[in-house]
Design a protein around this ligand. Structure first.
Ligand code: HEC
Ligand code: HEC
Ligand code: HEC
Ligand code: HEC
Ligand code: HEC
Length: 169
């Protein structure tokens, strides 16, 4: 089967700037991120809370992927001067947005809200994204695949609606 890679730039107004997020829709597609970002270092070792970077996760539909406005708080001067760290410093000092790929994405005809699941429903990120704080490199595939059946299974388990119109508005 011919793999289709759909890349589209979603413009999301956020904090001080505009972020461009490239979205790889095909679940199996190999993605190469611009920076070898480590959740194990930031969220694991340094215990930076998920919400400190994914700042919209409690109140927005999208969780948002942090960019230089967030990284710049710590990376406006190089620390250990490793090649990857200098790379993030370069983006920050040149005010260039980091073109992250997003591997988690629902199709346009589906409504999903982080606020509803995390802010109101108090569900752990791990249920859908696995143990992100253990990853030394960006994830390359979805933990809980974005398939209708996976949404429905959990909804049935939690006695939440399975009415078509709630997810397909
Ligand atoms: C019930 C399942 C579920 C839970 C719980 C969940 N997510 Fe998500 N996450 C998703 C889905 C589905 C998408 C794709 C959303 C879309 O396309 O709008 C996604 C996308 C994302 C993205 C990518 C882009 C974006 O802006 O949305 C990030 C980052 C993310 N989630 C972080 C988190 C964090 C951090 C938590 C916990 C605080 C969390 N998620 C909890 C299901 C979940
Ligand atoms: C709250 C502070 C903080 C924020 C915010 C932060 N970092 Fe870091 N980051 C660090 C520290 C501290 C280190 C050095 C860790 C070490 O080498 O011990 C680091 C190291 C790194 C490295 C180098 C890792 C290596 O092993 O070479 C990269 C790459 C990196 N960060 C990317 C980012 C990106 C991208 C962002 C924004 C999304 C970001 N960081 C946001 C604190 C932060
Ligand atoms: C891990 C469990 C889990 C998964 C996976 C999950 N949900 Fe949910 N969902 C919930 C829970 C629990 C609630 C109720 C939250 C609350 O209001 O307390 C909910 C609520 C919702 C609502 C609001 C329902 C209403 O009453 O209007 C929508 C819409 C929704 N989910 C869509 C989705 C979609 C789309 C997916 C798949 C991409 C998904 N959910 C995956 C657990 C889950
Ligand atoms: C220092 C900032 C920072 C912290 C803290 C952080 N993240 Fe991230 N997160 C990022 C960056 C940058 C990316 C994009 C690169 C990547 O995929 O690793 C990302 C990507 C993700 C993605 C993949 C989104 C997609 O669509 O590809 C998920 C899911 C996610 N983070 C969840 C979490 C969870 C859960 C936590 C807390 C345990 C967390 N993050 C803590 C910066 C952070
Ligand atoms: C809890 C959320 C949720 C509910 C409820 C839900 N769907 Fe979906 N649906 C999704 C998601 C997420 C996708 C996209 C992922 C996929 O294709 O599996 C999807 C995809 C679809 C597709 C496209 C499938 C394809 O193969 O292209 C159709 C058609 C559909 N849904 C119909 C329905 C009908 C009819 C109902 C009610 C009986 C329903 N959905 C209820 C979440 C939901």
């Amino acid at each position: 089967m011919k793999k289709i890679l759909i890349l589209f730039a979603a413009l999301v107004g956020f904090a001080a700037g505009i972020i461009v997020v490239n979205t790889a829709v095909d679940r199996e597609e190999k993605v190469t991120q611009p920076i070898d970002f480590s959740h194990a270092l930031h969220a694991g070792k340094y215990k930076i809370p998920c919400m400190a970077c994914h700042q919209r996760v409690m109140m927005g539909a999208r969780a948002s992927i942090p960019n230089i406005e967030v990284c710049g708080a710590c990376h406006s001067t190089p620390m250990k001067k490793t090649p990857q760290e200098l790379l993030v410093y370069q983006y920050v000092s040149q005010h260039k947005q980091i073109p992250w790929y997003s591997i988690y994405h629902v199709p346009d005809y589906v409504y999903f809200s982080h606020r509803r699941h995390v802010g109101i429903g108090k569900l752990d990120c791990k249920l859908c994204h696995g143990n992100m704080a253990a990853l030394t490199s960006p994830p390359t595939k979805q933990f809980l695949q974005i398939k209708m059946q996976n949404c429905l299974d959990c909804h049935i388990q939690h006695n939440v609606t399975t009415d078509c119109s709630h997810c397909h508005r």
